[in-house]
Design a protein around this ligand. Structure first.
Ligand code: BG6
Length: 469
């Protein structure tokens, strides 16, 4: 493809990578940590528990030193709510406060900017017992948790992310293990969108509180955004793509940025008798948030067609192209895209298209908070050859630079994941990291760390500020 001269990555571009607490830390019931919803859920057969993970809780110094060796400018990690507040509210766990103090200080020792996700799929189990996000009280608990983090870490953490992939929590929450419906629930969609509404209110309150308490900090949402293509140029497929774009993507960003529900998403909720109940004041709260930037995770695009007249509702798991919503959209496997070993489509150009679309809609700086490829990596003679990962990341970075050349404002790039960790539902065998963790699904060994080929490659990319790919 012919293209004008590429614009370089900004000088202070935040190269780094990401993890989340419940997938990387281990020590899940150690040093006063309370259980999260992830610790009490039934793990899928054949996958490991979350008690050790990559054992970052005990290896954080080694891990941060390896990240510094790669030249990281930032490290995105999440803070476990139930490590700080074992019951989600009330009593504070001092050892939890200390752990993240140590982690943050370790990052700063190497000039690595901590990028903190406040909530990544791990609501405290004690809050789940009172209905989880379905209970409005949880909004106040989240604000209490946010305040505790701002008070303790706000002197050193400049970049905050509110809720990881709130859209996936709503679209595929049952799969991630985060959805908790009351026993007598007769309309699951309504319950999901009410929970979603509570999270949106909690997010807006946290953003406003951050601006009040930490005027120099920046905060933004972290949904999973990827453009939805129509399966063909039939006009009805275009309508289906607009429908799915609205419920999958724009609902979350229109709300975070403008404080209003996207009209197509609202129409969808009306049709499903799933319009959320607003408490007095919600409308004003939702408008008071104002993110400073948008963080987003990107793995692949989705493609949809308009469903046939007799099509019934099915699962919304669009990552596997299985979703169908009667009269609204139907998932379609894009024949133009290759797939990973785990069946996820690979679409670097879709990454550029997604960035372009987002910038023209919201005009806010963006940081990529996840992007990456899960594979069955093999450790042989102390080495891990992962050319497939290098190729995936290289192509996405190239497309990000093209999007910058198109005029989008990008602040940074944090692929998933800094280090191998437990997948959301496929255990330890599905690896994403630059750093290999030597453990099996059930034999955790010593969790020794090894540098993969992609580790050395990414070091070069960072050193050259994205010129040497
Ligand atoms: C994102 C999540 O959806 O995808 C991560 O934010 C997750 O928590 C990542 O691990 C990869 O998904 P999976 O299912 O392969 O672990």
């Amino acid at each position: 493809m012919i293209h004008k001269k590429l614009k370089p990555f900004p000088k202070d571009f935040l190269w780094g990578a990401s993890t989340s607490a419940y997938q990387v830390e281990g020590a899940n019931l150690t040093d006063g940590k309370g259980p999260s919803c992830q610790d009490v859920k039934k793990v899928p057969e054949g996958t490991s528990e979350l008690d050790v993970c990559a054992d970052q809780y005990h290896h954080y110094k080694e891990d941060i030193a390896l990240m510094a060796e790669m030249g990281f400018k930032t490290y995105r990690f999440s803070i476990s709510w139930s490590r700080l507040l074992p019951k989600g509210t009330g009593e504070v766990n001092p050892l939890g406060i200390e752990y993240y103090n140590n982690l943050i200080n370790e990052c700063l020792k190497y000039n690595i900017e901590p990028l903190v996700t406040m909530y990544h799929f791990d609501i405290p189990a004690a809050l789940d017992e009172i209905g989880g996000w379905g209970n409005r009280k949880v909004i106040d608990c989240f604000v209490e948790f946010a305040k505790l983090m701002f008070e303790n870490y706000g002197d050193r953490v400049k970049y905050w992310l509110t809720i990881n992939e709130q859209n996936m929590l709503t679209l595929v929450g049952p799969l991630i293990g985060t959805f908790n419906a009351p026993k007598d629930c007769t309309n699951v969609t309504k319950e999901l969108y009410q929970q979603n509404h509570h999270m949106l209110v909690a997010q807006a309150k946290a953003m406003a509180l951050c601006h009040e308490m930490l005027p120099n900090a920046k905060i933004g949402p972290a949904p999973n955004i990827s453009l939805v293509y129509p399966a063909s140029c039939k006009p009805e497929d275009m309508l289906a793509a607009q429908n799915f774009n609205a419920v999958r993507n724009w609902l979350y960003l229109d709300m975070a940025v403008y404080g209003v529900y996207n009209n197509l998403a609202w129409a969808y909720m009306e049709e499903h008798d799933a319009v959320p109940v607003f408490a007095p004041g919600d409308e004003e709260i939702l408008k008071s948030g104002h993110p400073d930037f948008i963080g987003f995770n990107y793995y692949n695009t989705s493609t949809v067609e308009f469903p046939g007249a007799d099509e019934k509702d099915g699962t919304q798991n669009d990552q596997q192209n299985g979703g169908v919503e009667a009269g609204f959209f139907k998932g379609f496997a894009n024949p133009n895209l290759p797939r990973t070993e785990f069946g996820w489509e690979i679409d670097p150009q879709g990454f550029r298209a997604t960035i372009r679309e987002m910038y023209s809609r919201y005009r806010l700086p963006m940081i990529i908070t996840e992007n990456g490829l899960g594979a069955y990596d093999k450790l042989e003679d102390g080495k891990i050859h992962d050319p497939y990962r290098i190729e995936y990341l290289r192509k996405h970075i190239e497309q990000m630079q093209l999007a910058i050349t198109d005029g989008a404002e990008m602040m940074g790039y944090c692929p998933w994941s800094a280090i191998d960790l437990i997948s959301t539902h496929e255990g330890m065998v599905k690896r994403y990291g630059f750093i290999y963790v030597d453990r099996e699904e059930f034999d955790v060994k010593n969790c020794d760390r090894y540098r993969k080929d992609s580790f050395f490659w990414y070091k070069k990319v960072i050193e050259s500020n994205g010129e040497d790919l």
